[in-house]
Structure formats: C-alpha cells, structure tokens
Design a protein around this ligand. Structure first.
Ligand code: MTE
Ligand code: MO
Length: 196
C-alpha cells in the first residue's frame, strides 16, 4: 500500500475546505455510456511508444493500492480513501517512458471530450494511479467506472473520471475547467483554485 504524503500531516484539511464523510458526485455533463468491448486506455504524445490497452489488457496489469485524501475545489474533503488500480509508473513502463520534452499531461474522459491538464511532475507522484476500486468496491459509473485517474495531491477535478486517454505534452494545454478559470496546477494546500 502506498500512503499519500498528505495523510501524514497534523492537520489533514487544507485551507478553505471542510471534511465530508459522504462522497459527492461532481461532473460537467453526467455519466457517459461506455461500451466495454470498445473501451481503450490510450497513452500517446511524447512517450517512447504509443499504447492502446483493451479492458482485458488493463486488468492483467499489476495492481497497486493507495491510501489518500480527496479534496474538491467546491470545498469538501474526503479523507482516507483506499484506491486500487494500476500505478502511472506501470503504465509508463509499457509506453517506454516519457520523452525528455514531455512536461505536461492531458487526461481525456469518455464524457464527450472532457479533459484536464496537469504537470508531468504531479502526474508522476508515487500515489498517482488509474483506479478501478474505491474502499474495496468497484467504482460506480457516476464516480468514473470503469477506470479513473487519481492524483491525490491536486484538487479532485484533475482526477479524470471515465479515463480514456493520457496525452504527454511539451506545453501545458488547458482542459475543460482550466479554460473556464480553474487553476492550471491546483494544489489544495496553496488554494490554487482559480487562475494560474
Ligand atoms: N471525465 C471527467 N472527470 C471528472 C469530471 C468531469 O466532469 N469529467 N469532474 C471532475 C470534478 S470537478 C471533480 S470534483 C471530481 C469529482 O469526482 P467524484 O464525482 O467521484 O466525487 O471528478 C473530476 N473528474
Ligand atoms: Mo470539482
């Protein structure tokens, strides 16, 4: 089990946040239909080689577990989530690593081209993964099933639900919320909610 560094803080709740025990559902346009026969997780852009995993191939990869907090920019924080899935390190190994020019990642959801962007350094954190389970249960459709990105150290909007693609980029490219004023980085401890 990988324990997210944030869980070791004396105060676990970032500024301007309050703790929730429920798990709210938040997204821009609802749960998209996903045909599992056609589901793919594509890694492309500035990587060694492009990878397109089927669901069976994804399920055959080694699993990791992460214990982490989840901070939504709408001011709720859910502590001690256990995520199970495939670490980003495992995925990047399949892709032959990132090219030196790669500095940012754009994560693509199956919900009609929704994307979010983040620095490669945050994406590569030891506690970042593509999760298929939360607290011992398979993800439900509204929380991003079959697989979602989880980057615990950034606000939750960077954790793309219904993940279908990961694009590796030299320059940052604003995603859906970022184009609508949300922060390009999104560190909850620095309250990077809006703007650059
Ligand atoms: N594909 C996709 N991922 C998404 C979103 C979305 O609209 N589409 N919303 C984000 C936002 S704003 C938040 S706060 C979290 C919420 O995750 P949850 O619904 O599982 O709590 O998902 C993020 N991931
Ligand atoms: Mo959000």
């Amino acid at each position: 089990m990988v324990t997210s560094p944030d869980t070791q803080r004396a105060n676990r709740i970032p500024p301007g946040q309050s703790q929730t025990h429920k798990w709210p559902v938040l997204d821009a346009s609802g749960t998209p239909p996903i045909d599992m026969a056609k589901w793919r997780l594509d890694l492309f852009g500035l990587i060694g080689k492009e990878v397109s995993l089927t669901w069976e191939e994804f399920l055959a990869l080694p699993r990791t577990q992460v214990l982490a907090d989840f901070h939504c920019v709408t001011r709720w924080s859910r502590l001690d989530n256990t995520w199970s899935g495939v670490s980003v390190a495992t995925l990047l190994e399949l892709a032959g690593g990132v090219k030196p020019e790669a500095k940012f990642v754009s994560a693509l959801g199956y919900d009609f081209g929704w994307t979010t962007n983040l620095p490669l350094a945050d994406f590569l954190a030891a506690d970042a993964l593509v999760a298929i389970e939360h607290d011992g249960e398979l993800l439900t459709p509204e929380h991003g099933a079959p697989a979602r990105l989880i980057v615990p150290q950034l606000y939750a909007w960077k954790s793309a639900k219904w993940l279908g693609g990961l694009e590796f980029l030299a320059e940052d490219r604003a995603g859906f919320w970022e184009r609508n004023g949300y922060h390009m980085h999104g560190d909850p401890w620095k309250e990077e909610r809006f703007g650059y």
